[in-house]
Every structure is written in C-alpha cells, then in structure tokens.
Design a protein around this ligand. Structure first.
Ligand code: PBG
Length: 337
C-alpha cells in the first residue's frame, strides 16, 4: 500500500485509543478489590497450610490461618469470603450427618472469622458434598445414584439455619435441588434470621471445571472418582433457557443474589440473567478456570497477570456485580499497586 493512500473516513474509533490517557477515559469496565469474594478452604487442627496440587497457590487452612487470611483480604479491600470445609474421610458418611454438627468445623470457622474480622462478609455453601462418602450434594435414594430432592431440602434447611445462627451474612445453596431457596428462606425467617441473605447458585452447570475443587474438599477421593456425575441435578452445559428458568425460580423464591457458575465459559448466561433481573448477579470463576491459567503460566505459555485480569474483566463486563475467584488476593494486591 502506498504512503499517499487516504481514506475519507468520518469515524475513526482509533482516535480514542491513541494514548493511555484517552484509553482510560473511555474504559467501560473497571475491576476493584470490592468486586471479589475469596473462596477459602478450612481444615481441622493447627497444622501448616496444605497445598492443593491442582490449584497452585491455594491451600487448605487451619482456623487460625484462615482468620489471618481474612484479615489480609479485608486489608486489601476484599469485602467477602466463601468458606468450604475439608473433613477427614472418617467423618463422612452416606447421609452427610456432620453437616448438622452444631460444633462442626465450618461453624467454628465462622465464629472465629466473625469474632476477629467482623467487617468481612462471610458466606458458606449449603450442600452435603463435603460431608458425604459418595460426594453428592444430597441424600441418595436406595438406587444409590439419584439424589432425593425433598428429603435433601429438609436437611439443607436445617443446615442453613445452623449457619445463619452462627453468623454468616449469606448462605449459598449450591445443591440445585428444586424449591430449596424458598424452603431455606422460610426456615431462616422462622428461626429469626430474617437478616441472613441467600446467594443462590442459580445457574450451576454440570461442569468438568470443578475437578480441582473436588480435590480440595476431598469429594472426588471420597467418591473414588474424579468424574462425579451430578447431571441429575446440575444444569446441562447445553442449556441456556433452563438456566434462565432456574434463576427466575430462585428470584421468585426469595434469593437476594443470583449466581452463575462456572463464569468464563458461561458469559452468555451471566449477560442474560443480568438483563432478566434487577437483583445483583454473582459469577463463580471456578477451580478449573483458575487451574488452567496457572498451569499455562507455569509452562510459560500465558502471561498470568494479564490473563488473570482479562478473565475477570470479561466476567464483570458480561454483567457480574461480584465475582467469586481464587485470584481474589492476587488481583486485589495487584490493584493496590
Ligand atoms: C459443591 C460445590 C462445588 C463447587 C462449589 N460448591 C463442586 C461440585 O458441585 O461438585 C465448585 C467450586 C469450584 O470448582 O471452584 N456443592
């Protein structure tokens, strides 16, 4: 092309990309530490942090280390944490009995965090998978594979009340049983916990990206399989309309925040739910999304800082008001620089 070639253009979008100052003026989406919720794993005892091999940089923490981590996160401006317990296999059973233990690990962890770092919001998962030998989120029918809906909801309502009474700001039902949000709302209200909010895992897909998380809480090991099949209750990755139905039902049943999970591969769902509701929308950048960036970066194939930021920016741009991400601390640290 010759140097004297000239286009007669009215619109030249590159005008606004010419300098850093111009680019910053037209930035439509900006990440802040206040966008993030840090998922944290807690384990019994006062041992050293236990690294999770499939999640480089993430460890299971003793309650004391968990409290310290919450203090650090709060100092970085991260407003919330999501706590997940890892129980010893000897404490798991078919029915997940320990989920209702009033002095169990998660209850003690909530008390400790709330006492030491009262300003941080705490949410807990409402599902039976850390407590069952089979690793499913609920109680199984005699066929050994179908999760019983209503009976499971009965247990989850009691679990939610227990967590609410321990002082969580949000309970987060992640089980995908029908009717659980309404039942949990009624049970918490009846128990006087009207102020405890519900962050519903509304559009939770039957995803292969949960693998590393199952290592972290030991649900895959307990079940003896990595490919724990939850397709009987989680939404098919093929289904968009079904995800919207789930979100609408959770909203009608009283969910305060609607969540989409995983996040990155489901940006279309985040956007659709954002457009369909006035409620806040959360997205969970799950363990597998984290692991793939970490692994590629370890091999020198991707730039971690830039892909991390881009992945989170995309989730926020799609419409998420808040993002659960294992990058919360790294990202908040980077944003503080
Ligand atoms: C289970 C639960 C899962 C995650 C959060 N809660 C896994 C599953 O459904 O098997 C996954 C989170 C992640 O992969 O980071 N109730």
């Amino acid at each position: 092309m010759s140097a004297d070639f000239k286009l007669d253009l009215t619109h030249r979008p590159r005008r606004l990309r010419r300098t850093g100052a111009l680019r910053s003026l037209v930035e439509e989406t900006i990440l802040t530490p206040a966008d993030f919720i840090a998922p944290l794993f807690v384990v019994e005892g006062d041992g050293a942090p236990e690294p999770i091999p499939s999640m480089p940089g993430v460890s299971r923490l003793s309650i004391a280390d968990l409290v310290a981590e919450c203090r650090t996160l709060s100092g970085l401006g991260v407003p919330a944490v999501a706590l997940f317990p890892k129980l010893a296999d000897s404490l798991k059973d078919e029915r997940g009995t320990r989920a209702l233990d009033t002095t169990g690990l998660i209850i003690r962890a909530v008390h400790a965090v709330k006492a030491a770092v009262p300003q941080i919001s705490v949410m807990t998962d409402i599902a039976l998978d850390p407590y069952t030998t089979h690793g499913h989120d609920g109680l199984l029918l005699p066929d050994g594979e179908t999760v019983a809906n209503d009976e499971t909801v009965g247990v989850l309502t009691r679990m939610a009340v227990l967590h609410a009474q321990a002082g969580v700001d949000f309970v987060a039902p992640s089980d995908m049983m029908d009717g659980r949000v309404g039942a949990i709302r009624r049970a918490m209200d009846a128990a006087g916990c009207t102020h405890t909010a519900i962050m519903a895992y509304s559009a939770k897909f039957a995803s292969a990206y949960y693998g590393p998380f199952r290592d972290a809480v030991g649900s895959a090991k307990a079940a003896g399989t990595h490919s724990l099949d939850k397709r009987g209750y989680q939404v098919s990755p093929a289904n968009r309309r079904e995800a919207l139905i789930e979100a609408a039902l959770d909203e009608a049943e009283g969910a305060d925040v609607l969540m989409v999970k995983p996040a990155g591969p489901y940006l279309d769902i985040i956007r659709e739910i954002r457009n369909a509701t006035q409620r806040p929308v959360a997205a969970y950048q799950v363990s597998g999304e984290y692991a793939q960036l970490k692994a590629a970066a370890e091999r020198g194939w991707l730039d971690l800082a830039r892909t991390r930021r881009e992945s989170l920016l995309a989730i926020k741009r799609a419409g998420a008001d808040m993002i659960l991400t294992y990058f919360a601390k790294e990202m908040a640290t980077e944003l503080a620089l």
